[in-house]
Design a protein around this ligand. Structure first.
Ligand code: FAD
Ligand code: UDP
Length: 374
């Protein structure tokens, strides 16, 4: 069979592009996916106890752009959900991102009040300030104390666990994802659209890929078949350095080991995720029922243990946002440009970008628009 497109990877990037090309251009697409399932890292499934779990760590959809939410709403109903996270600091479970409620939970009330007033005077109310910025700009001794306290108790050890780097050794955008929030809003995200697909991510993908012009080949890496398949153009959503056989050296990634557990308790923690910045080797525990709203006997949860990525041994989950790796990525980007559009590179691994799901979808829709003018 002849295909117009060979798409490598059935995650959000590859699947959105496949859907658009199939439905809007009426062209034939083969998606080749090395795993035994669609949905990339958003894949979910019912575990032995019948509880819907996320195989590659907790995935909460959040977006500010309505067009992204509406686009996906063609393939799923949404369950509204506001993610909440508590972090264990000084033995107490306190709201994360660090906000004015966190101050009240950790400090005597008169001191919490004083610090709150100073934060508001210095930065304003309902404002998000990255920890590295507060550390740089804190003027008086109280704010300096607070900045050091938050850095030491929330960011320093968590970041060492997650990245084996200190916060200041990474691009500032990494810790800015979880800024100090000068407000009393305990939600993890403030995006206008937040939720999970009502019947899960895998069901969403099944619906998105259900088109006569789309064929999906699972359990197959593109290297195994690319010489046997006839296609005109390729979209690659795997690691870009792998595509070019690491000619400029390996791009580093971070990986994770996920440990799943089940408890007969109806609920084992108060909110969806509890972060452990200071204790244990895992960074966080997520209990799925909070996210999915599923009612069931017992509850399933997941611990995330960060680890170095070793090619062939584990999965490259996170590109590492750091200047020197960006330089290395640029060399691969230049190789990609030499292919003059014969192969297009998109997604978290192919662009070496710390994309959230909404950004991966936006990137795919944008690329499609550029291809076609649609
Ligand atoms: P992927 O989902 O990684 O898909 C790429 C696919 O390509 C994979 O299935 C891979 O197997 C396949 N592939 C690679 N190489 C080959 C090859 N050689 N041959 C065949 N197939 C290949 N985002 C959010 O918005 N909210 C969250 O709460 C959230 N939580 C996250 C938690 C964790 C632990 C992680 C790791 C990520 C999280 N994300 C979250 C980010 C989200 O997973 C990504 O934005 C999204 O998966 C990116 O989609 P993608 O298609 O670019 O990549
Ligand atoms: N972070 C931290 N302490 C926390 C939460 C986050 O130090 O309690 C830092 C850490 O460096 C982490 C980054 O902020 O990698 C981004 O956190 P996020 O929750 O967005 O990570 P992800 O969900 O992408 O793993």
């Amino acid at each position: 069979m002849k295909f117009d497109w060979l798409i490598v990877g059935a995650g959000f990037t590859g699947s959105v592009l496949a859907e658009r090309i199939a439905s809007q251009l009426n062209q034939k697409v083969l998606i080749v996916e090395q795993r035994d399932h669609i949905a990339g890292n958003a894949y979910d499934y019912y575990d032995e106890q019948g509880i819907l779990v996320h195989k590659y760590g907790p995935h909460i959809f959040h977006a500010n752009a309505q067009y992204i939410w509406d686009y996906l709403a063609q393939f799923t109903e949404w369950r509204s959900y506001y993610h909440q996270v508590l972090g264990v600091v000084d033995g107490k479970e306190v709201p994360i991102p660090f906000n004015l409620n966190t101050l009240s939970a950790l400090f005597p009330s008169h001191y919490a009040e004083k610090l709150s007033q100073q934060l508001i005077e210095e930065y304003g109310f309902n404002v998000k300030v990255p920890i590295l910025k507060i550390r740089e700009t804190a003027k008086n001794n109280d704010l300096k104390f607070l900045a050091d306290y938050i850095y030491d108790n929330v960011f320093h050890k968590y970041t060492l666990k997650q990245w084996e780097l200190k916060p200041e050794e990474l691009a500032p955008s990494v810790t800015a994802r979880v800024p100090i929030y000068i407000s009393r809003d305990n939600r993890y995200f403030q995006d206008s659209y937040q939720g999970l697909p009502k019947h899960g991510y895998t069901a969403l993908f099944r619906s998105m890929l259900n088109h006569p012009n789309i064929k999906v080949l699972l359990n197959t890496s593109y290297q195994e078949i690319m010489n046997d398949i006839q296609y005109k153009r390729m979209i690659f959503t795997g690691p870009i350095d792998e595509f070019f056989e690491h000619t400029h050296g390996e791009l580093p990634y971070r990986s994770l080991d996920f440990k799943f557990h089940y408890t007969e308790q109806d609920q084992m923690q108060a909110v969806g995720t509890v972060n452990y910045p200071n204790e244990y080797n895992y960074t966080r525990i997520t209990e799925f029922k909070h996210l999915t709203g599923q009612r069931s006997y017992g509850s399933s949860y997941i611990e995330e243990y960060p680890q170095a990525y070793k090619r062939g041994e584990n999965v490259p989950y996170y590109p590492i946002p750091k200047d020197e790796y960006k330089e290395l990525y640029k060399k691969y980007q230049q190789e990609a440009e030499k292919l003059k559009g014969e192969v297009l590179f998109a997604g978290r691994l192919a662009e070496y970008q710390y994309y959230n799901m909404d950004q991966a979808v936006a990137r795919a829709l944008h690329l499609f628009k550029n291809l076609t003018g649609f």
